[in-house]
Write a protein that binds this ligand. Structure first.
Ligand code: ADP
Ligand code: MG
Length: 231
């Protein structure tokens, strides 16, 4: 479970307030206009930002004061997930050790993760020598080796075509089922939410306006949501 308990945050002109509960093992999509605070919400959970007040709980642990590396969280972004000068293998190994100092049994975990995302044969290539979809698979493999119970995705597959996006979502959903992950994914694509997320939150102006079963949310008559979807 992830819980935001009256979390307040502010960037100069933008005040945000989040109260939300994401059950353990759930897959929630977050949609809403640009600048609404979707990335900030994930950053508050991951620890890249700290609330002005309120608490962030993961499981029953208060993580509000913990730095990102001490939270049970992995995060995947739209880009900047991979280092160009490192091989795909090394990029995945970074998930275990940022200094690439692996214990003797750990390379096996890297290889297993690479094969689970279908990259075993490309392990020694550099990110510049593979496709955009394959680079995002590296990010997923890195999350796999980290083996943290919470996975946050911030528009992870926005640069990919529809077929590749569907494949990546299938991969993430399979990971979620196998490991019981709690997932929150920001996306602008309603079909992504419909494919993968049991619940969807609509976020606007620093507030979660509604969080409901995905089909119900998309059918609901919130004026901001209708405008956002262009309906
Ligand atoms: P979203 O991901 O929904 O597009 P963000 O969480 O990135 O929204 O941003 C929410 C608001 O906070 C926006 O008004 C944005 O301009 C502002 N903001 C985001 N990051 C920063 C920052 N590092 N410094 C100042 N303002 C920021
Ligand atoms: Mg964002």
């Amino acid at each position: 479970m992830i819980s935001l308990d009256d979390v307040r945050f502010r960037y100069e002109d933008m005040e945000m307030r989040f109260d939300a509960l994401f059950p353990k093992g759930s897959f929630t999509a977050v949609i809403g206009p640009s600048g609404g605070g979707k990335s900030t919400l994930l950053n508050l959970i991951a620890g890249f930002e700290r609330p002005l007040s309120g608490r962030v709980l993961i499981g029953d642990k208060d993580v509000t004061a913990l730095p990102p590396d001490r939270r049970p969280v992995s995060m995947i972004f739209q880009d900047n997930n991979v280092f160009a000068h490192l091989s795909l293998w090394q990029n995945v190994a970074l998930g275990i050790s940022p200094a690439l100092k692996l214990a003797p049994e750990q390379p096996k975990r890297v290889e297993l993760a690479l094969s689970e995302v279908g990259l075993a044969a490309l392990a020694h290539r550099k990110p510049g020598e593979v496709s955009g979809g394959e680079r995002q698979r590296v990010a997923v493999a890195r999350a796999l080796v980290r083996d943290r119970p919470v996975l946050l995705l911030d528009e992870p597959f926005a640069a990919l075509g529809p077929a590749q996006r569907r494949d990546m979502l299938d991969l993430v959903t399979a990971m979620q089922k196998a490991k019981g992950l709690t997932i929150i994914m920001v996306t602008h694509q309603p079909e992504d939410a419909e494919q993968a997320a049991s619940h969807t939150a609509y976020l606007e102006k620093g507030r979660i306006v509604a969080m409901k079963p995905t089909a119900e949310l998309f059918a609901s008559a919130l004026p901001g949501l209708r405008d956002y979807l262009g309906k």
